[in-house]
Design a protein around this ligand. Structure first.
Ligand code: ATP
Ligand code: MG
Length: 568
């Protein structure tokens, strides 16, 4: 599939491309007015977990606008908290952004690249008398900060001299004090209506080894002190982030206004992506992984990029999804079905068709010669002749889907039953002439006859059948394990009420053993997601090996029978 290695988000613009949004309007206006010459954006992940599909929205937006307006987008790791960040996360994030189809060229940065500069700027603020070292304990600081309705109280250390502050800050850097003993704070306004302006912390003591700077530092800048200045160093013009940072914007601006920064970025906020029946919060996802509710960050049930990839979702579908949900400031929750819809649409266009039987029921064709097989042509894609035709094997012993047979079929069930005739996809018409049961009375085998004149699926006498079913031939089919995934949570908004982990869906993973797939599905032949006809879209799982096939269901097909059943 050539569609998944695009360098930009615009290269595969869908016909229903969302087009303009308020961010793009702002950028266009800045360009038109000459306020900005080259658009520079950034995607700034904190390497404390894997990226999720919410991050994909931000990635598509930041890289997308950069491309559309002829600018560039940086990948910057916001690595200011060494207690939570790991190289493994940096590697995973890098891989995921690239897989999504975006390229930052030489513009890979880390907030830690700027630690020395940020430190100098902190001293600059001290020198101007607008930052001070506070000796209050974390508890005292929290307590004196006030509340939304009450102003905070000035710290007793707020009026230290510049010389005293400089000396203490340098000694913080030199490692003279334990964690939490002191912080550097901006001196702004303890009675501000905006809590973020009540003398926010700029630097904290953290004796921790950093993945990149090792033990060079034992004080680290806060997000608020690092972010805007990093933007300014890189010449970011539009610093686009999610709405929870809106109240941080005055602080973002305050820092830039008080420092001799080389450029003056502006922050803009949009509403984060929320999707029903799942959770897009790194904190929650981290807990799911840590407590073993899922099998790692790339578990196909996870809304992570790595999970979606393992599940067989093409990168182009994620980009398209991001484009269709658009960018706005209003809170919204996207229906999970919308994501599935986009995935299905992409896979329907591209995925080769194959046959696989998930819950096999044996069929013996009584009038077909024993020990003989034949091959029949099967088309690989109904709308894409370029995908060609493959040969599938037909013989006396076959397997069909257990669900495609009912001994006492109700009115609207059109598939196989005693005395009924159906079409085998790419094969013949068969008629059920007998049912074999085990001691428990369960159907274990069907006896059928076939009509040799219906080869290819049409009767020369023009008679019709009500159903076409899929099948595999017994001697050539390959055993496989198939993993079906359902919603991770039982509620559309699992965080709304009670303990979120109480709403985990116990049936989110269903493992089917003893499935049978056509031999073309041997792993080497199927690196991509395919459609199992009539069943859904599936892709090989990395747990597969030469003697073990494992498939993940990416997404099902709509099942009209299930609807009829539900309606009845
Ligand atoms: P989480 O809230 O899931 O822990 P985060 O914001 O802490 O995520 P970061 O690594 O800091 O994770 O996020 C990197 C960028 O991705 C930020 O600019 C953030 O605004 C954006 N982002 C995070 N979650 C979403 C989301 N659900 N929708 C859109 N953008 C998001
Ligand atoms: Mg964050």
């Amino acid at each position: 599939m050539a569609t998944d290695d695009m360098a930009t988000g615009t290269a595969d613009a869908a016909p229903d491309s969302a087009g303009r949004d308020f961010i793009r309007d702002i950028i266009q206006a800045d360009l038109d007015a000459g306020r900005v010459q080259t658009v520079v954006t950034r995607f700034p992940p904190e390497p404390n977990g894997f990226l999720h599909i919410g991050h994909a929205k931000s990635i598509c937006l930041n890289f997308g606008v950069a491309t559309e307006f002829g600018g560039r987008c940086h990948l910057r790791f916001d690595d200011t908290n060494p207690t939570k960040e790991e190289q493994a996360f940096i590697d995973a994030i890098t891989k995921d952004v690239r897989w999504l189809g975006f390229d930052w060229g030489e513009h890979l940065y880390h907030a830690s690249d700027y630690f020395e500069q940020l430190y100098e700027w902190a001293e600059h603020l001290i020198g101007k008398g607008v930052a001070y070292v506070d000796d209050q304990s974390p508890d005292e600081m929290r307590e004196s900060r006030g509340t939304l309705t009450e102003p905070g109280r000035n710290s007793a250390f707020r009026d230290r001299t510049v010389a005293e502050n400089l000396d203490l800050f340098r000694r913080m850097r030199a490692g003279e004090f334990p964690n939490g003993a002191r912080v550097l704070r901006a001196k702004i306004d303890m009675s501000s209506g905006n809590m973020n302006l009540r003398d926010p912390a700029l630097y904290r003591i953290l004796h921790a080894t950093h993945p990149r700077t090792g033990d060079a530092w034992c004080i680290y800048p806060t997000y608020d002190f690092a972010h805007g200045q990093s933007d300014a160093i890189e010449g970011i013009t539009h610093s686009v982030c999610t709405l929870e940072f809106e109240d941080h914007r005055p602080l973002y601006d305050w820092c830039l206004e008080h420092l001799p920064v080389p450029s003056r970025p502006r922050q803009y906020e949009f509403a984060r992506l929320n999707i029903g029946y799942t959770v897009l919060s790194k904190r929650v996802l981290t807990t799911l992984v840590r407590d073993g509710h899922v099998n790692g960050w790339d578990d196909p049930r996870m809304p992570t990029i790595a999970g979606l990839r393992r599940r067989g979702v093409p990168a182009s579908a994620i980009r398209d999804f991001a484009r269709r949900i658009g960018v706005a400031r209003a809170y919204s929750v996207v229906d999970y079905a919308m994501l599935e819809h986009v995935i299905r649409e992409h896979l329907n266009r591209s995925a080769p068709r194959r046959m696989a039987v998930l819950r096999p029921l044996k069929v013996v064709i009584e009038n077909y010669q024993e020990g003989v097989t034949e091959t029949l042509p099967a088309i690989n894609h109904p709308d894409d002749a370029d995908q060609g035709v493959r040969e599938i094997t037909f013989g006396r012993a076959l397997y069909i889907e257990r669900d495609d047979f009912m001994e006492n079929p109700p009115k609207k069930f059109f598939r196989l039953g005693p005395g009924r005739e159906v079409r085998l996809r790419y094969g013949y018409f068969i008629t059920c002439v007998g049912v074999v049961k085990d001691a428990a009375g369960e159907v274990v085998e069907l006896r059928c006859t076939y009509d040799p004149a219906t080869k290819g699926g049409n009767a020369p006498d023009g008679r019709k059948v009500q159903a076409t079913i899929h099948w595999v031939e017994a001697s050539t089919a390959r055993p496989a394990e198939i993993r079906l995934y359902n919603q991770l949570f039982t509620r559309p908004d699992p965080a709304a009420e009670g303990e979120i982990f109480d709403h985990l869906n116990p049936d989110s993973l269903e493992i089917l053993a003893g499935c049978l797939v056509e031999p073309a599905l041997a792993v080497a032949n199927t690196p991509e997601t395919v459609q199992f006809e009539r069943t859904g879209y599936f892709c090989p799982d990395p747990d597969s090996s030469s003697d073990r096939l494992v498939f993940n269901r990416t997404v099902g097909l709509r099942d009209t029978w299930a609807k009829v059943k539900a309606g009845a």
